[in-house]
Design a protein around this ligand. Structure first.
Ligand code: CA
Length: 339
């Protein structure tokens, strides 16, 4: 009994300690964060943003501990490829995309023609990024970008993004009142980061502001982005393959960082069991990816495996994740037979 009581007391003390520690930690973070904001504001003004906009926009920026939590746990690094793709390309998702297409057909068709980007790809990207505008995110982007800039892990990257966002507000291209999005600072139907907005977003309906939560501007901006980075219309993205075990491991790309050892499709013939079924131009340049390798504990190195082509790498340019690009191209194919 006595031991039980002692143990209970110890646990209570432990819990109390954790609470006071995290409170102290939060207080310390806030003090440091406010000092960081002060310094950041000087930096933003120095890089050319007007003092008025810097003061206005940064006035409500707060430290968001949950953003750090999300940054340290990103489910796509832990899910196996099949689960990841299946979750994001369901029949239900196709139905929702078709409903949106039906409603916005003339705008989407016009954008497809003008930018030479398949409507199926645009729908797939919007479906995967935000479930067709349903999950645009409610996070105050200024605070999330400020939190990630203040945090050490990717400070330089997010500081630049935040400055670009302030510039866009300063130039009245983006309205600061609508800056709510994902925990990592992505915004609108297609989850553009500030730098993507700066480089590729367009005011398609010419009403002087870029509205990335509305169909016209968001679809045209996504199509413009894909066109500028070199997406080729009607060229395949990937093919699922079954590998022979004789394949040298240097050909197995498991990281989205850089795709290595590209060869013509026909070069890989001797390593592919189902080569006769894949019906792809043998002269197309390709690489092999095995996305579960190195990430999923105990995963089989050889499955799943895919041949990927230059279009697939354009989607990696959009979001550097092997699974993301596979899901986008899979959903695109699912739309293909329905529109
Ligand atoms: Ca507009």
């Amino acid at each position: 009994m006595l031991i039980k009581k002692m143990l209970k007391n110890l646990i209570s003390i432990y819990i109390l300690l954790i609470i006071s520690f995290s409170e102290a930690n939060a207080l310390e973070n806030n003090v440091e964060f406010n000092a960081w904001v002060k310094n950041f504001k000087l930096k933003a003004v120095e890089s050319g943003v007007s003092k008025k906009v810097v003061e206005e926009v940064m006035a409500d920026a707060i430290f968001l501990p949950k953003v750090i939590g999300y940054d340290r746990f990103q489910p796509e690094f832990y899910e196996d490829t099949n689960t990841y793709i299946k979750k994001r390309t369901s029949r239900n998702k196709v139905k929702k995309g078709l409903a949106l297409y039906k409603k916005e057909r003339s705008t989407i068709n016009k954008i497809e023609k003008e930018f030479l980007i398949e409507k199926e790809l645009l729908l797939a990207l919007m479906g995967i990024e935000t479930n067709f505008g349903k999950y645009l995110g409610r996070m105050d982007i200024i605070s999330s970008l400020a939190t990630l800039s203040f945090d050490k892990r990717r400070s330089e990257f997010f500081t630049k993004e935040l400055i670009i966002l302030l510039e866009l507000v300063d130039k009245k291209i983006i309205n600061k009142k609508i800056l709510f999005g994902s925990w990592a600072g992505a915004f609108g139907n297609f989850q553009f980061m500030p730098r993507t907005i700066q480089n590729y977003a367009i005011d398609y309906n010419k009403n002087t502001t870029i509205e990335l939560k509305k169909t016209e501007d968001s679809f045209a901006s996504a199509a413009n982005y894909l066109n500028k980075i070199g997406w080729k219309k009607n060229v395949p993205c990937f093919t699922k393959i079954e590998l022979n075990k004789n394949i040298p491991s240097k050909y197995l790309n498991a990281s989205a960082g850089s795709i290595k050892n590209k060869k013509k499709v026909k070069y890989f013939k001797k390593y592919i069991k189902n080569y006769e079924d894949i019906k792809i131009d043998g002269n197309l340049e390709a690489a092999i990816i095995t996305p579960d390798k190195d990430i999923i504990p105990g995963s089989n190195t050889y499955t799943p495996a895919y041949l990927i082509y230059s279009n697939y790498e354009k989607i990696l340019n959009w979001n550097r994740s092997l699974r993301f690009a596979l899901a986008v191209c899979t959903l695109k194919n699912n739309f293909k037979n329905e529109i």
